[in-house]
Ligand binder design. Structure first.
Ligand code: FES
Ligand code: FES
Length: 132
């Protein structure tokens, strides 16, 4: 049912934790399953210098957050904005259909953290208008 990559990121998730002096923090949840994901960003000169997450959720949510942090670390804000849940799922070699929403949480958590960053630091980020 689960790919090797999902299992591997579930057993050994990357970038777990929190950033105390984060520039942006996003928290999202899924009402149906009750899972919660929190994302912390450190941004410098438009680059995601560091990212950490805390997920209270299923294995797919943990694997999705882990993969998502890997995909945006060291990347620009624009690249992070462009990260879709599909790309997260593909990077994990797929998720079962009923688990696709776990990857949606990862995309939303990143956008929520970017929104928080843009508000706190008064920077405009293209594409966040619809998310607010
Ligand atoms: Fe948590 Fe099923 S709802 S394992
Ligand atoms: Fe809801 Fe995974 S089951 S986030």
């Amino acid at each position: 049912m689960y790919s090797e990559k999902v299992m591997e990121h579930f057993r050994n998730p990357r970038n777990v934790g929190e950033i105390l002096d984060a520039d942006g923090i996003g928290e999202v949840g899924n009402a149906k399953c009750g899972d919660i994901m929190k994302m912390y960003l450190k941004v410098n000169d438009g680059i995601i210098e560091d990212v950490k997450f805390k997920t209270f959720g299923c294995g797919s949510a943990i694997a999705s957050s882990s993969m998502a942090t890997e995909l945006i670390k060291g990347k620009s804000i624009e690249e992070a904005m462009g990260l879709t849940n599909k790309a997260v799922a593909e990077a994990l070699d797929g998720l079962p259909p009923i688990k696709m929403h776990c990857s949606v949480l990862a995309e939303q958590a990143i956008k929520a953290a970017l929104l928080d960053y843009s508000k706190k630091h008064n920077v405009h980020i293209d594409g966040l208008e619809d998310f607010d």
